[in-house]
Design a protein around this ligand. Structure first.
Ligand code: ADP
Ligand code: MG
Length: 231
């Protein structure tokens, strides 16, 4: 861990189970996952396709609730909060990055990154200044006015990371953020996340297929047969 003296637990998963039951379909995806993510820790989660990695991230982010067990974020149990309170906790403490960037096509990089701040009620001038600052941190200082279609794949993911970080979350949950990029660009994006982790002390939980990239993180887990173990 980059900051081993810091034992602050940001996200704690206890005996998480998740079962999807719809009609004749009944799949038990997770059966007893335990995981703690500490402040500033970089965690990689490996696992074959369909092993439940996205499901686990959704539960950690409070986007879905477990069938058994529970998730605590900053000491609060997600399942004991109202939907509204859970949404607030999520927005205040976490950022999300996906395989496909989810940037809004009609807005510039600056506007996309400023959006989470504007939604929180920040004034446009201040939000734009903070968004520009975060875009500079991800190396996109010269791309503020570019729309997503005018950016390369790697630049779009960097903008998506800036958007996830602009609210200064305690943790960023990234679901195969480099899955759509070539190896060199993927490595560049991973190096960027490492640099940001060091300067901002943000925890990163990154789902990836890439063993070499995962090895850059502090802790590497593998999800298999519904349980999580050290890889
Ligand atoms: P991964 O991200 O590791 O590829 P997922 O978490 O997306 O895996 O999915 C794990 C398993 O759970 C798959 O078999 C998938 O079909 C199933 N699953 C995921 N979400 C749902 C859902 N909303 N309803 C039913 N089954 C689901
Ligand atoms: Mg997935």
């Amino acid at each position: 861990m980059s900051n081993p003296q810091n034992n602050n637990v940001i996200i704690a998963c206890q005996q998480l189970g998740k079962r999807f039951k719809e009609g004749r379909l009944d799949v038990e995806v997770l059966r007893g996952v335990d995981l703690q993510v500490h402040a500033g820790e970089k965690v990689a989660i490996l696992g074959s396709s369909g092993s439940g990695k996205s499901t686990l991230l959704h539960l950690m982010g409070g986007l879905d609730l477990p069938s058994t067990g529970h998730v605590e974020v900053l000491g609060k149990r997600m399942d004991q909060l109202s939907d509204t309170a859970r949404g607030v906790l999520r927005n205040e403490s976490m950022g999300f990055v996906y395989q496909f960037h989810h940037l809004l096509p009609e807005f510039s990089a600056l506007e996309n990154v400023a959006m989470p701040l504007l939604i929180r009620g920040m004034k446009v001038a201040e939000a734009s200044a903070q968004a520009a600052d975060m875009l500079e941190k991800v190396g996109l200082k010269e791309r503020l006015d570019h729309k997503p279609a005018q950016l390369s794949g790697g630049e779009r993911q960097r903008a998506a990371i800036a958007r996830a970080l602009v609210t200064r979350p305690k943790a960023v949950l990234a679901d195969e953020p480099t899955g759509n990029l070539d190896q060199g660009t993927a490595e560049h994006v991973f190096n960027l996340m490492q640099g940001l982790n060091e300067s901002l002390q943000t925890a990163f939980v990154v789902v990836t297929h890439d063993l070499q990239l995962a090895a850059k993180m502090d802790t590497v887990y593998r999800l298999a047969d519904g349980v999580l173990g050290l890889a």
